[in-house]
Design a protein around this ligand. Structure first.
Ligand code: FHN
Length: 462
């Protein structure tokens, strides 16, 4: 089933970028003059976030760099991914039938979290309610939920939140503002036999009712599962405004001062969310996260075998980290509760690489080099003595010399990260316009090898 959402999501994405550029540039101007306080005026709840509070809240997320996205819902039953209700023009009553067929007896929360943990993923974001409106958690707000409406009668978010706690992975939830099942939202084309839902609009006079429903569910998600982050989506529905987003942001902030909220709440948000692509220069001065599928589908699609290689996925992670971003990589479990093996295999390979080289990714900042390095990427850490540069080399030099342009500092220490864990010391010399590192003939890793440079004092790149 061709997903028209890919075209639509591109339209949404570029709309978001436009908003982000306008919004952020205005915010940037305001922030430059403001006393470092951002007032989220929120209806009755007036919350203030200072830069210091924001930094403290974002610290674990900035260090994490790599997370698992999980798109799982009753759309796994027809197995044409998560937009099937609209792409397949499925009437609400007929789509509800899939809930009665959803019985994922092979679901194992510990297994899923272990896959994430062993892949080197530090947080996990699962769809609590996607656009189809089906709630994958126990809620009193509607009986259209996984505990009440399926023969399975279990709460996967409870199991996953507990497993994440056991394995030290941050538990987070995705929540769609647009809701194709809600009686308070109208389908784009409500044709009884052949409906199209996206984008919905509010039923006249029902917007406040829907906001109250959403707030009740979001409070349940916070109270029952204590997510570290809420990943909003579906903000492009008609009638949802920037102010609605700011009001909702302030409400959530009042429930949990530490909760991280993405920019798709609209009008507010703690970080930007480019989708299926890596911004060429990152998003300087902003926290950001690229979300991406391993094949071409978010939700399970039995016909989509277009898997990216582990090399590509790792190079994406390295590229993103070198630009100061996070990588939220998606899996789409099937209706039995199993993550497809091609996804599991790639994540295992990424975890094996990170086990040896993770120090070049986790807790790092963007490269100090403004131009793309010809042989790979670089990440940076500030230490008490000075700076550590991690050189992530994709193309290993054939002449035994790796040239780092524009780096003027003398190198206090230089070594290779190796499979054995020993640091293989390397010789370096400064030339007029950079540093030459003498490297062994064979790269330690076929995907990316890491050279660590320790630099004393202030970094000099010019
Ligand atoms: O329409 C959704 C889509 O199904 C998926 O959830 C992605 C993930 O970022 N978000 C929207 C498209 O931008």
């Amino acid at each position: 089933m061709e997903q028209t959402n890919s075209i639509y999501s591109k339209m949404i994405y570029y709309g978001r970028i436009l908003f982000a550029v306008i919004g952020l540039s205005v915010t940037g101007l305001v922030a430059a003059n403001a006393a470092q306080q951002v007032n989220n005026t929120v209806g009755k709840t007036n919350t203030k976030t200072t830069a210091k509070q924001s930094d403290a809240r974002m610290a674990w997320w900035q260090d994490a760099r790599f997370g698992m996205f999980i798109h799982w819902g009753i759309y796994a039953v027809p197995a044409h991914a998560e937009w099937y209700m609209t792409n397949g023009h499925v009437p609400r009553g007929k789509y509800e039938e899939y809930a009665k067929q959803f019985d994922p007896t092979k679901f194992n929360a510990d297994q899923w979290v272990k896959i994430a943990k062993e892949a080197g993923m530090k947080y996990l974001v699962i769809t609590s309610k996607h656009h189809d409106g089906f709630c994958m958690f126990n809620t009193k707000a509607t009986s259209y939920n996984v505990v009440k409406a399926t023969p399975w009668h279990k709460d996967p978010l409870l199991a996953l939140s507990r497993a994440c706690h056991r394995y030290g992975v941050r538990f987070c939830v995705y929540y769609s503002i647009m809701d194709w099942h809600s009686p308070d939202q109208l389908a784009a084309n409500p044709d009884a036999e052949n409906p199209t839902y996206n984008p919905t609009s509010f039923v006249p006079g029902k917007k406040e009712a829907y906001i109250a429903y959403m707030k009740a569910e979001l409070k349940e998600l916070i109270d029952q599962y204590h997510p570290a982050l809420i990943w909003f989506d579906g903000e492009w529905m008609n009638g949802w405004t920037d102010q609605d987003g700011r009001n909702l942001y302030g409400y959530l902030r009042s429930l949990d001062p530490k909760l991280i909220i993405n920019n798709r709440i609209k009008g507010a948000g703690d970080y930007e969310t480019p989708e299926q692509q890596i911004p060429p220069n990152g998003l300087p001065g902003h926290d950001w996260e690229t979300c991406m599928t391993i094949n071409g589908s978010w939700g399970y699609n039995a016909e989509d075998h277009n898997w990216k290689s582990a090399d590509t996925l790792l190079h994406n992670l390295i590229d993103i980290a070198s630009k100061g971003g996070n990588y939220l990589l998606n899996v789409g479990p099937d209706a039995t509760g199993v993550i497809p093996q091609p996804e599991v295999q790639r994540l295992k390979e990424m975890g094996a690489w990170l086990k040896i080289n993770g120090q070049a990714i986790y807790g790092t900042m963007a490269s100090p080099f403004t131009e793309q390095l010809p042989w790979g990427r670089c990440t940076r850490e500030t230490t008490t003595e000075g700076t550590t540069l991690n050189l992530l080399v994709f193309d290993w030099p054939k002449d035994g010399k790796l040239f780092v342009p524009k780096l003027k500092n003398p190198i206090a220490d230089a070594y290779l990260l190796t499979v054995s864990g020993e640091h293989k010391q390397l010789k370096t010399v400064n030339s007029n316009d950079g540093v030459i590192i003498f490297v062994p003939p064979v790269a330690p890793d076929k995907i990316a090898s890491v050279i660590v440079l320790k630099i004393k004092g202030a970094l000099q790149v010019e």
